[in-house]
Ligand binder design. Structure first.
Ligand code: ZN
Length: 245
């Protein structure tokens, strides 16, 4: 089975469509693993949900998904994130809310753990060295039982191997065997990359060969920005996309 691995789409339809087309050109996929934050920030929450759901899909909840259906307090959100959550709530229909409410905090699919934040706190913790102590990183590997765990939330593509707890940036077209060493891997953000590379990030995982491949792809950022402005969402949510921040 070949999986499209996506995280932090954040209602960016152009990025999601481009990622899917690019993935098709790399041999395609049969199912999608979504690591949370489908909605929030961007102008196309419902089209993004609909597009994902038109494929076989295993998804987990992100903090923005839960806030958008009023299942998580917005106290930890900054002003523009909060504004986007309130706007997103008005767009979602009952079916969209039920779909988001039905996603678990973590799940195991084909021998791989999927979640949004960290294994200890799937909603809020950020799996990055500046946010996690060495003890916390070590502890995180005790919190899941599969060889590998795929996460989102930080919008930064990386892998962290249990043996040395080092964080390694993923490079485009980089391949990794997920079961070779216990690891936590983030495919990067589809809809709002924050590693100063504005290209959409994603991965393909081939379960037969155990091969995880990271990709970056350019998409029509200006079209996405125009929609964000037209929706009356905060300008920074449009401008930051060009900077990859
Ligand atoms: Zn996010």
């Amino acid at each position: 089975m070949r999986y499209l691995v996506v995280a932090d789409i954040h209602s960016n339809l152009e990025a999601l469509q481009t990622v899917m087309c690019h993935a098709e050109a790399q041999g395609g996929f049969e199912s999608i693993w979504c690591l949370g934050d489908i909605v929030g920030y961007g102008a196309d929450p419902v089209p993004c949900i609909d597009l994902l759901r038109s494929y076989p899909l295993a998804s987990v909840s992100g903090n923005h998904d839960l806030a958008a259906i009023d299942m998580l307090s917005m106290d930890e959100f900054n002003g523009y994130a909060r504004e986007a959550v309130l706007w997103t709530r008005q767009q979602l229909g009952l079916d969209d809310r039920e779909f988001l409410a039905g996603n678990p905090l973590s799940r195991v699919e084909d021998g791989v753990t999927l979640l949004h934040g960290t294994p200890r706190n799937p909603i809020w913790d950020n799996y990055l060295p500046q946010f996690l102590s060495k003890d916390h990183v070590a502890d995180s590997f005790l919190q899941f039982s599969t060889p590998s765990c795929l996460v989102g939330h930080s919008h930064i593509p990386f892998m962290c191997i249990e043996d040395d707890a080092q964080f390694i940036a993923l490079q485009p077209a980089q391949r990794k065997l997920l079961s070779q060493a216990r690891c936590v891997v983030n495919p990067g953000s589809v809809g709002q990359p924050r590693d100063e590379d504005s290209r959409a990030a994603y991965a393909l995982y081939d379960a037969e060969t155990d091969t995880f491949t990271h990709y970056r792809v350019e998409y029509d950022i200006e079209a996405t920005q125009a929609k964000i402005i037209a929706a009356g969402l905060p300008d920074i949510l449009a401008s930051r996309l060009s900077d990859g921040r």
